[in-house]
Design a binder for this molecule. Sequence first.
Ligand SMILES: *Cc1c(COP(=O)(O)O)cnc(C)c1O
Length: 361
Amino acid sequence: MKNIEQLVRPNIWALKPYSSARDEFVLDDDGTQAEGKEQTLVFLDANENPLGSVGDNGANNRYPDPYQRKLKEALSPIKKVATENIFLGNGSDEAIDLLFRIFCTPGQDRILITPPTYGMYQVSADINHVAVDKLLLNEDFSLPVAKVLEQLGKAEYKMLILCNPNNPTGNAIASTAEFEQILQAFEGIVVIDEAYIDFADFDSMTTLLDRHPNLVVLQTFSKAWGLANLRLGMAFASTEIIGLLNKVKPPYNINGITQELGLQAIQNVAQKEAFVATIRAQKEWLYTQLSQFDFIEKVFPSETNFILFRTTQPNELYNYLVKHQVIVRNRSTQPLCAGCLRVSVGTEAENKRLIELLNSR
Ligand SMILES: *Cc1c(COP(=O)(O)O)cnc(C)c1O
């Protein structure tokens, strides 16, 4: 990897971040606003409303902790990542956007992605006016590692963004050893998006963080944790990269209610695991059922909470399902995904409904 300063946009490297009221005054050494002491302290530093909040809605008149320290402390043992290597964003989409803003100079820098993959990488690049080169996955949706390495040598890429397990295909695209080979060879930042890691049969690449300061691992509360509505995403990386994300983010990017509800969720890992077990069992059932239709040519194995399948009539099937109030994702225009629909694993009743509709077609 290059020296981090060589990778960061010069204006971001030089940036003096906004210093919020809660940055300048902290109560404890660890920065938390200790309970109890709040009563004796008079907070006249942040122009908040001293009387309370309008509405009976659990809101709070005080600005939230800009660094979400309690949440990170609770998350650290679960993820086996030190708090200083954790960043929390307003969805992982915020982390993706911030990484572009930190590393990629608009109109100048380029990144590499490997379609078919998650659509936000391209959108975020376009918003930031960053060029995107694309190298297709293999026909079996695995990562063509040798070709990726060759391509990375052809231009001064700032970032490589990979999704594992991959959306919309559902598979693991490479082994840990292969990711490590790329991390070693590439001079820039490698982002591995693990939005579906809770459903996968393999471990997170966070175990590689110690050895690879150019690695960023993204995870989210939107899928297995069932908190898509909250907007809470995680990025795990070197302290240098986390420092840059903190410098560039809006000061209070995670609101107080989200911090509170995120903390409650983390204290109930067992429920998340129970959800995962149920969804995995339902996925097996769906996989078997979908494999029996003669108009479905291929059902792709999945390490996620969705299944991609190839049919002879994707648009007809999609419209037929919509007509009967079942909405799936039509991925048939994506590269390597001709004829493909993607279906999220639903409840037992929802999955049965889908199969019934396919049966009575
Ligand atoms: C769903 C998903 C996310 C989650 O994004 P959030 O902003 O955290 O909701 C990220 N990456 C991929 C590949 C996804 O499919």
